[in-house]
Design a binder for this molecule. Structure first.
Ligand code: FE2
Length: 368
């Protein structure tokens, strides 16, 4: 990718394709002290108040800089590197390739907690791991005084829900969710009935004295890519039909409609939702429903298959951070008479991890 000048116009060339850079796009980036606050990088002017007929009067391109003066009397010196960075979306978390994994994944890539972890390079590596695999495990995280709240707020901000700022996962009488029993939990995503669905779940093991109660994870990305390859009609119907997900208890009724496999604007993977105790398909044509039910059965078989599931035991101090839009999680059953099994959980949103990762990338001058 490179920048070129011709007839008072700026072009960028990428893979043989040449496109003009809009003069207004450059004018918006005028960055001298009068125009941008150096601390916050926020504009000191409102670009919607600029004249619409911005044109370039003069241009000068050197190895590292592009100097431009405009017909409204302003001029700027922009670094080529910054322009190319914007044009290539190099700063976008989406550049981080998702790695597909299944039950053969052995190295869980865990990171040991220490006091300054959130400002260290190890945290950058842990978050990169999170975006590549959809989860990361931290060991030896303090278990006293609801430390999960400190942990979450050191990355970003806790996403509070009607389950509270954080929730205690242990078997209890009259539970409002199966999570609070000792029953097995099949792979599922959390809270598909919320709008927006919490992005990241954090589970912190405080006590685990039982022989069962293994944590399970399945990569929804891997499974849906496989479904797309082998069962395209099933894949398609699950990306098309918006299903109603619902949660009801004494104090709240939560509902949202969404596809089980949600794609982004380019048709690529965005999010999976799966919680077959909470989903209600709308009454559409019988033939469509035939296909939908067959597709749901197929994807359920895949999500529940040994082929895709990893299983591991969380020990006290272990903290699992997982992408709730990508991964499914569950647990095996346990016998509550054997002892305590006590996990604490909370949610954070993507802006937390993205903000922290970009900050550490900038701090250590690293790349995605
Ligand atoms: Fe859950």
């Amino acid at each position: 990718m490179k920048i070129e000048l011709k007839d008072k116009k700026v072009f960028f060339e990428n893979g043989g394709l040449k496109k003009e850079i809009h003069p207004f796009w450059l004018r918006e980036r005028v960055n001298s002290d009068n125009f941008v606050d150096k601390g916050t990088q926020q504009r000191l002017f409102d670009p919607t108040e600029l004249r619409a007929d911005i044109e370039i009067n003069n241009l000068n391109l050197s190895k590292n800089y592009l100097e431009v003066s405009f017909n409204d009397g302003t001029c700027t010196k922009l670094t080529i590197q910054n322009i190319l960075k914007e044009l290539s979306n190099m700063n976008d978390i989406k550049c981080i390739d998702k790695l597909e994994w299944d039950s053969s994944l052995k190295d869980l890539n865990d990171y040991e907690y220490k006091e300054n972890l959130f400002e260290e390079k190890a945290m950058y590596q842990a978050l990169m791991n999170f975006y590549q695999y959809g989860f990361v495990i931290f060991k030896k995280v303090p278990t006293k005084d609801n430390f999960i709240v400190n942990f979450a707020n050191s990355i970003g901000s806790i996403r509070k829900t009607n389950f509270g700022e954080f929730f205690d996962v242990k078997s209890k009488p009259n539970p409002n969710d199966l999570a609070y029993t000792s029953l097995p939990l099949a792979p599922h995503t959390d809270n598909p009935y919320r709008n927006p669905v919490p992005c990241i779940q954090i589970l912190h093991c405080i006590e685990n004295e039982v022989s069962g109660g293994f944590s399970t994870l399945v990569d929804g990305y891997t499974v849906t890519q496989k479904l797309k390859k082998d069962f395209i009609d099933h894949y398609k119907i699950l990306t098309e039909i918006k299903v109603r997900f619902q949660f009801i208890d004494q104090s709240v009724v939560l509902e949202d409609w969404a596809e089980m496999i949600q794609l982004d604007e380019k048709g690529d993977f965005k999010q999976v939702r799966f919680s077959p105790r909470l989903d209600f398909v709308p009454l559409v044509e019988k033939e469509k429903l035939d296909l939908y039910y067959s597709a749901r059965k197929k994807i359920s078989e895949m999500y529940n298959s040994d082929k895709y599931r990893i299983e591991f035991k969380l020990s006290p101090g272990d903290l699992l951070m997982m992408d709730n839009h990508r991964l499914l999680h569950g647990r095996t059953s346990y016998d509550a008479n054997e002892g305590n099994r006590f996990l604490q959980g909370c949610y954070i949103d993507y802006d937390s991890t993205e903000g922290k990762l970009k900050h550490l990338k900038r701090k250590f001058n690293l790349s995605f």
